[in-house]
Write a protein that binds this ligand. Structure first.
Ligand code: FMN
Length: 344
């Protein structure tokens, strides 16, 4: 009898395969399919801090003429009172917040009524925003956990690494004040000492770290001399960067680890678990093949476990982590020195 169940963020999962955050997890129809097809849990599409600010700032930056059109557009909302700029701005900020949030809260509560796998909400954050307002209501709506999706590109010439890293800690500590559900933190890999920062972040009381988000990357179109988007979706060989870091960090942090990026099939799920991941997040593969491949991935893990005489996930989780292998340096090697001397 094969048992795929596991614990992630303190939640009981029927298996470690999580559908990660994306547009695919933003409708109740898809959430039902994700659950029926056998996923262990789902992370909802992030609610974006910038999206809310953008709506409100559109008003702040508008000139008199545009202000008039806003006034007209919000007639009945801003209503009879005189249209005082600041009051109206506050009003619109709250309106934009409430509008964005209420849609999201309905998705959470509907999902909790409809599906029986853990529902992890997600906020994309860049600053210490109004987290009391957001996090509390997400918890009240019934989310089982909250993933904070923070990805700061270190592109500001004026900001030191220390300043940038502080933002991660500030956000986590602020959000933690307001909720009791488990918090996970989804990060990129731009840290000068990733292991040290991950260890310190894991000590803030978060329940998990998701390694790594895959950023949008610009490309250049040489025919039209324009900037365009590069591949939006990962391919099935992109998992190795995550694999290295999962292996190096597993068993050393004070929280769970979820592997994300380039995990497209049962083989790469198994590799991440062997490296020490507690769960995996998968996204691009579902854009390419929809959720129909989920049962195949799950039964593929079972088949492999039978072949290797493993009856539960803990029989092999972390078996090949840096902590458990004879030669952990193999995960730290970055140069191909030996290969250079043997490959013509
Ligand atoms: C179209 C699309 C939308 C995404 N939206 C979000 C999002 O709202 N929040 C988030 O944390 N990650 C988002 N992601 C990132 C994914 O959750 C995931 O971390 C990334 O795609 C790497 O995993 P993959 O290789 O399985 O795709 C998105 C990815 C894609 C392709």
């Amino acid at each position: 009898m094969i048992d795929l169940s596991c614990k992630y963020l303190g939640l009981q999962l029927r298996n470690p395969v999580i559908v990660g955050s994306s547009g695919l997890s933003s409708s109740i129809e898809n959430l039902k399919t994700i659950s029926v097809m056998g996923a262990g849990a789902v992370v909802l599409k992030s609610i974006f801090e910038e999206q809310i600010k953008f709506e409100a700032d559109k008003f702040l930056k508008s000139d008199k003429k545009e202000m008039k059109s806003w006034q007209e557009a919000f007639q009945g909302i801003v209503s009879k009172a005189e249209f005082y700029y600041e009051e109206a701005y506050d009003y619109l900020t709250n309106y934009a917040k409430e509008h964005t949030l209420s849609h999201y809260l309905s998705l959470i509560s509907e999902a909790k009524k409809t599906i029986d796998i853990p529902v992890i909400a997600s906020i994309n954050c860049t600053t210490q925003y109004d987290w009391e307002y957001f996090a509390k209501r997400i918890q009240e709506a019934g989310a089982d956990a909250l993933e904070l999706n923070i990805y700061l590109l270190p592109s500001d010439f004026e900001k030191s690494g220390i300043e940038l890293e502080k933002v991660y800690f500030d956000i986590v500590l602020e959000v933690k004040k307001y909720i009791t559900i488990p918090i996970s933190l989804k990060i990129g890999y731009y840290f000068s000492s990733l292991s040290n920062t991950a260890l310190k972040l894991s000590g803030t009381g978060i329940a998990g770290l998701t390694l790594f988000n895959r950023p949008y990357n610009p490309d250049i179109d040489t025919d039209n001399l324009q900037i365009n988007a590069s591949n939006m979706f990962s391919n099935d060989s992109e998992y190795s960067h995550t694999l290295r870091w999962v292996a190096l960090l597993a068993g050393k942090l004070h929280c769970d680890i979820a592997a994300s990026t380039g995990i497209h099939n049962q083989e790469t799920v198994i590799k991440q678990l062997l490296a020490g991941a507690d769960a995996v997040h998968m996204v691009s593969v579902f854009y390419k093949h929809h959720f129909d491949i989920l049962p195949q991935i799950i039964s593929g893990i079972e088949t492999w476990m039978i072949q290797h005489n493993f009856s539960c996930i803990s029989d092999f989780k972390g078996l090949l982590s840096g902590k458990n292998v004879d030669n952990p340096a193999s995960y730290e090697r970055v140069q191909f020195l030996r290969l250079f001397s043997s490959v013509e």
